[in-house]
Design a protein around this ligand. Structure first.
Ligand SMILES: [Fe+2]
Ligand SMILES: [Fe+2]
Length: 289
């Protein structure tokens, strides 16, 4: 597949929605239906976003020179969306801190992982971003496809996660298309080898680090030892987010994979209202680039 035959739907556009969440009233500490483990895993995920999504943006932008005009425009919209996600998750993380959680250990682990990748050539950062963006997109798909994941969550916080999920699906092809463009001179085998290796590496780190981070937050709520096994049940059994994304994760390794091989824009329509109902009405979206 070359950069000139991208399967991103031709009529697809990426629309940054400058939303703000949770500024008016404080959500309860256990905002996810009073569940220690559900709150912990989402809080652990959110801890990665401010630094992680800034890293995604810098990794993709490093390759924007010479990109075809459509891709260059998509990179701009992707950058704007991720910048706003970083801002909202930074605010969310501050609220978690105010409610008593200490996130410093989790944040330090994110910085440590990013520093290792930043020490490698820029194409490695792009590959890691491309792999993690697939991860994010399949998590987002699952989150929107199955309302049970957020059914018991406090309303506005659930909206934050759904809004983020909508935009992750919307821009899911951008890092991948940038990767296709940046590696257009590589052989198919070299491309596959690098992307497979990087995906295995980031997946291992993602699962290990998010689980460890959630366990640390559960410890801060006094849930330890065998009781903390509830987290594994939540992740792998019911609602079982990690188990449910396994099939979509595997597809990444198929020859001819592209994030838009699965056109899941029907999920966006369902949540478009949430995503677009701007509390700060008609707030102008600042271009981050
Ligand atoms: Fe994001
Ligand atoms: Fe993203």
């Amino acid at each position: 597949m070359t950069a000139t035959t991208l399967p991103t739907p031709a009529d697809h556009s990426i629309t940054p929605r400058d939303r703000r969440f949770g500024r008016e009233a404080a959500a309860p500490r256990l905002w996810h239906g009073g569940s220690v483990e559900a709150t912990a895993i989402y809080n652990a995920l959110s801890t990665t976003f401010p630094a992680g999504e800034a890293f995604f943006v810098e990794s993709v932008r490093a390759f924007r020179n010479g990109a075809p005009p459509k891709l260059a425009e998509e990179i701009r919209a992707f950058t704007t969306q991720e910048a706003i996600h970083s801002r909202e998750h930074d605010a969310f993380n501050k609220r978690a801190t105010l409610s008593g959680y200490d996130l410093t250990k989790l944040e330090a682990q994110v910085e440590k992982r990013l520093a290792i990748t930043r020490d490698r050539p820029p194409i490695v950062s792009l590959a890691a971003t491309m792999a993690l963006e697939h991860f994010t997109a399949i998590l987002a798909h699952q989150l929107l496809a199955d309302p049970r994941h957020l059914a018991r969550a406090e309303q506005e916080t659930a909206d934050l996660w759904r809004w983020h999920a909508v935009e992750e699906i919307e821009h899911k092809g951008v890092a991948y298309d940038t990767w296709l463009h940046a590696t257009r001179d590589w052989s198919p085998w070299k491309r596959w080898k690098v992307k497979a290796k990087v995906m295995l590496y980031v997946t291992r780190n993602f699962v290990v680090d998010r689980t460890a981070g959630a366990l640390e937050l559960m410890r801060q709520d006094g849930v330890t030892g065998l009781n903390a096994g509830r987290l594994l049940w939540h992740l792998w059994v019911r609602p079982g987010m990690f188990r449910k994304i396994a099939g979509a994760w595997l597809k990444f390794f198929l020859p001819g994979f592209h994030p838009w091989n699965e056109d899941d824009r029907h999920l966006l329509g369902r949540y478009e209202e949430i995503a677009a109902t701007a509390a700060p009405s008609a707030r102008k979206v600042r271009r981050a680039v």
